[in-house]
Design a protein around this ligand. Structure first.
Ligand SMILES: Nc1ncnc2c1ncn2[C@@H]1O[C@H](COP(=O)(O)OP(=O)(O)OP(=O)(O)O)[C@@H](O)[C@H]1O
Ligand SMILES: [Mg+2]
Length: 250
């Protein structure tokens, strides 16, 4: 469980997040949604300790994030950044192997290699494992970065727009993996723009707007016409198709 208390963050001296108090449950998939510029990536980066809060607290399983030593944090939390810079002269397997670094410190054991292969297989990258990243398509690169995150096997998984560049079959595969990770007891937080996907996979939803929490609660409550129309300042319809909620704008 990750909890934030009155969290605020400033970037270049400008307040970007204000008074964020959320509780992101363990063993659940939380979707972070909201318009461009709402502060979703900033929140995710702050939870991952890549940005420092101006004030407020972040607690992971009741423990102050500031008190967690870096090595321990690397074993506990992994993050897919929205704009991750990756070295082009690395193969997919090299990149995914970096995910094992906090465990292996550069000396991969047989168990580490198995985890690397498993992550590669889960992301449907077996045919690309020995290819250099700069020879891959956008979606293949994105999948390689997700595989690196999964190989870390952390209790907390933060994914910023993991579906960017993915075709619909691979998007589904990634959301199923996120679901499996949550079902295995991990705290999974995913930034999503596709609200139909959020409705289908998330247990818990945090809706952000202009640096604040606009709504937080069970997916059925937050993925509603009223909340979403207000959030995006545009008419949003939520229809039922085959027993599932589908979010539409016309
Ligand atoms: N380095 C920076 N300095 C100043 N302002 C910044 C900086 N980085 C981001 N911002 C601003 O902070 C706000 C939140 O940005 P953030 O990237 O968290 O939004 P987001 O919700 O992830 O949006 P998107 O859906 O477009 O990814 C935006 O208004 C953005 O312009
Ligand atoms: Mg973002």
């Amino acid at each position: 469980m990750i909890e934030t208390r009155a969290l605020s963050v400033a970037l270049s001296g400008k307040p970007v997040l204000a008074d964020i108090s959320v509780a992101l449950p363990k063993g659940r998939l939380t979707a972070l949604v909201g318009p461009n510029g709402a502060g979703k990536s900033t929140l995710l980066m702050t939870l991952g300790r890549l940005l420092e809060p101006a004030s407020g607290d972040i607690l992971i399983d009741g423990r102050d994030l500031r008190a967690v030593p870096p090595r321990e944090l690397a074993l506990q939390l992994s993050i897919l950044r929205q704009e991750g810079a990756i070295g082009p002269r690395l193969t997919v397997r090299d990149l995914v192997s970096f995910g094992r670094y906090p465990h292996s410190h550069g000396r991969l054991t047989a168990a580490d290699r198995l985890e690397v292969q498993r992550a590669i297989d889960r992301l449907d990258l077996a045919g690309f494992a020995d290819r250099y990243l700069d020879t891959l398509s956008g979606g293949q690169k994105q999948r390689a970065q997700i595989a690196m995150v999964l190989a870390q096997q952390t209790d907390v998984i933060l994914l910023d727009e993991p579906l960017n560049n993915l075709d619909l079959a691979h998007a589904r595969r990634v959301m199923r993996i996120a679901r499996e990770e949550a079902d295995a007891g991990r705290t999974v937080i995913v930034v999503l723009h596709d609200l139909t996907v959020a409705a289908a996979y998330a247990d818990h939803v945090v809706a952000m707007k202009a640096g604040r929490v606009a709504a937080e609660g069970p997916s059925e409550e937050v993925i509603s016409e009223e909340v979403l129309s207000r959030l995006f300042e545009t008419d949003v319809s939520v229809a039922e198709v085959g027993g599932r909620r589908v979010v539409l704008t016309l």
